[in-house]
Design a protein around this ligand. Structure first.
Ligand code: PRT
Ligand code: MG
Length: 222
């Protein structure tokens, strides 16, 4: 189909993408928080936005359901990034992917002892690779959300999750013990679209690049 389809998730990604879209002269016609529509028009007839789960953004772009999308680096690490160009770190939706445990759990000594750890997370691939690289044996438990609960009910020793303010960890008597990666959201582009819609995409990428601050360009993290 002609025109440009952009995949976004509701919430922080959509809100933090608004100024980037504005820089490209794109204004969503509706607010996804109040509209139930999954396809949202814009002030530009050739540009539309599809609203998908954050973890589905790379999949939609990979398979051509959208030409471009914006996804957290956490989501992209877990997806693997096959079939996607990642031309731009947008510096938005910043957080850190961390290992966290209960405040009363001695993580360092468990690792030193070579204990086998139960780890609950929605980031199975990332967690598997992280602990394998450290030589720590883990049993992974796949969850889809509220990972913070697992250690509290004795289901796991640790979690792997993204942390921004740290308030959720604190409120649940958890503490971050290890950083896996610094995270911000990136622009992802379908490989065929990049060839077929070069001019449109270059316009959008240039506009986004003008108004975003990549993580690396920024010595001080929030
Ligand atoms: O909600 P849904 O299950 O559909 O998907 P999602 O949670 O992956 O999506 P969304 O919209 O919540 O997050 C989209 C992207 O925003 C993530 O992929 C991250 O790259 C990025 N991001 C930035 C965050 C946070 N900050 C963040 N704080 N994603 C999630 N959180 C969670 C955090 O895990 C904690 O449970 O928000 C909660 C509050 O965090 P604190 O540390 O401020 O208390
Ligand atoms: Mg969420």
């Amino acid at each position: 189909m002609n025109g440009l389809t952009i995949a976004l998730s509701k919430g922080r990604i959509f809100e933090e993408t608004r100024p980037l879209l504005a820089a490209a002269g794109i204004e969503p016609a509706e607010d996804p928080e109040s509209s139930r529509k999954l396809i949202i028009g814009t002030n530009r007839p050739e540009v539309r936005i599809i609203i998908v789960r954050a973890s589905d953004v790379p999949t939609y772009v990979q398979h051509g359901g959208a030409d471009i999308g914006i996804a957290g680096r956490d989501v992209l690490m877990e997806h693997g990034g096959q079939g996607l160009y990642q031309p731009l770190d947008l510096g938005i939706a910043r957080c850190r992917l961390m290992v966290a445990v209960r405040q009363d759990f001695d993580y360092a000594s468990a690792v030193r002892r070579g204990a086998r750890l139960k780890v609950a997370t929605k980031y199975l691939k990332v967690a598997r690779e992280h602990f394998a690289a450290k030589g720590v044996h883990v049993d992974l438990i796949k969850l889809y959300g509220s990972m913070e609960l697992a250690p509290l009910v004795g289901m796991s020793d640790a979690i792997v999750d993204v942390v921004s303010s740290g308030n959720t960890l604190k409120a649940n008597h958890l503490v971050a013990v290890e950083e896996i990666a610094q995270i911000s959201a990136r622009l992802v582009v379908n490989q065929a679209s990049l060839k077929l819609k070069r001019a449109e995409l270059k316009f959008v990428m240039d506009a986004f690049a003008r108004v975003s601050t990549p993580l690396d360009a920024d010595p001080v993290l929030p």
